[in-house]
Write a new protein. Structure first.
Length: 360
């Protein structure tokens, strides 16, 4: 007995002898092309790890780095590479992937091309809650104050979304961006005020405020990994649903998507990714804004490809900015947050101008 399936008034008869549905050649070619490009991006990221390990106050030749990584190098160089440089590079990989993925998910959830954890107040909310926890409760371990970072990130994102949705026109990209900037400045001011009256909080805030990958060991990486891993799984599982959400809430609901559940899962993923990254490296801005737009040029709007590309390109940008900061100010260094802001600010201005012209 043939089965009749109806979808949008198109009827397809399926029998036992029906030939299998074939993937169109154009779709197959696109899949192969994007797979090769993703592998090339992964290879570029792996190559970027070498100068990230080699460059520093004491330069280590790339040949020595390769020897140490393969277990046949100088013991003195081995201590520098494995004790300082490798943990710093791995932290850049984790934090960059978290921030890039969080930015891509935020832009999809809000349908706002200006969304970014640093610009939408999420990073500032996490930093504020952490400084508050250190000042009021004397917390000093990552597992102690990271929960406050999650709560602050979630609260700030809710406030920004509510403020950006006020008014007759509802939520617009420019209004959300302005609300995010306002909340960021407000929370940053309060955070600095708390830090000024608490020496311990001030010491930690100095590290967060500019954003840095320095001074963290492998123990912190192991503590950070579970939160980032859960956030990555939640975000990647949302990819098909985010494609439906891009068509509008009504269309997504008509396709069987539970819009409220999608937004809740997305908010949880962004909170875990941003809160964990900010708790360790500080409020690094613009990485989550620039990278998804660069990835979208390659992949188009398909989040099944956009999210993995954002995960790879974001740590590539973060490690490049961190390495550049060490090269420019050698033997000192410029914090990665400052270099990332310097690179991302012109892109943000250009993007805002294009959005304003499009709305006129």
């Amino acid at each position: 007995m043939p089965a009749l399936i109806s979808a949008d008034r198109v009827f397809v008869t399926i029998t036992k002898n029906s030939p299998p549905l074939e993937i169109p050649p154009a779709t197959r070619a696109r899949t192969v092309r994007l797979t090769l490009l993703l592998l090339a991006a992964v290879a570029a990221l792996a190559l970027m790890c070498l100068p990230s390990i080699a460059v520093g106050s004491r330069a280590v030749p790339l040949g020595d780095v390769v020897q140490v990584l393969t277990g046949s190098g100088d013991p003195r160089v081995d201590a520098i590479v494995w004790g300082v440089r490798v943990p710093r590079t791995l932290l850049g990989l984790l934090a960059g992937a978290a921030l890039g993925l969080a930015g891509a998910v935020m832009q999809a959830l809000t349908r706002n091309p200006l969304a970014d954890p640093g610009l939408m107040g999420v990073s500032a909310g996490a930093a504020f809650a952490m400084v508050l926890a250190i000042s009021l409760f004397g917390l000093s371990s990552l597992y102690g104050y990271i929960w406050f970072a999650f709560a602050g990130a979630l609260a700030a994102s809710v406030v920004v979304y509510v403020l950006g949705g006020m008014g007759r026109s509802g939520s617009t990209p420019v209004k959300l961006a302005l609300a995010g900037v306002a909340v960021t400045f407000l929370l940053t001011s309060i955070t600095r005020g708390i830090a000024l009256v608490d020496p311990e909080a001030l010491d930690r805030y100095r590290f967060w405020s500019a954003g840095s990958l320095a001074g963290r060991g492998t123990g912190v990486l192991l503590q950070l990994l579970p939160f980032v891993a859960v956030g990555v799984v939640l975000a990647l599982a949302l990819a098909p649903a985010l494609n439906s959400l891009g068509l509008g809430d009504d269309v997504a609901a008509s396709l069987g998507r539970r819009v409220g559940l999608i937004r809740l899962q997305g908010a949880l993923a962004v909170t875990l990714l941003t809160g964990a990254a900010v708790a360790v490296v500080g409020p690094v801005v613009f990485v989550g804004l620039v990278v998804p737009h660069a990835a979208r040029v390659i992949t188009g709007p398909d989040h099944r490809w956009l999210l993995p590309f954002s995960m790879v390109l974001a740590p590539l940008l973060l490690l490049a900015a961190d390495t550049l900061g060490r090269v420019v100010a050698r033997p000192e260094e410029i914090n990665v947050g400052i270099v990332a802001a310097f690179l991302g600010a012109p892109f943000f201005i250009l993007l805002v101008r294009r959005r304003r012209l499009a709305e006129l």
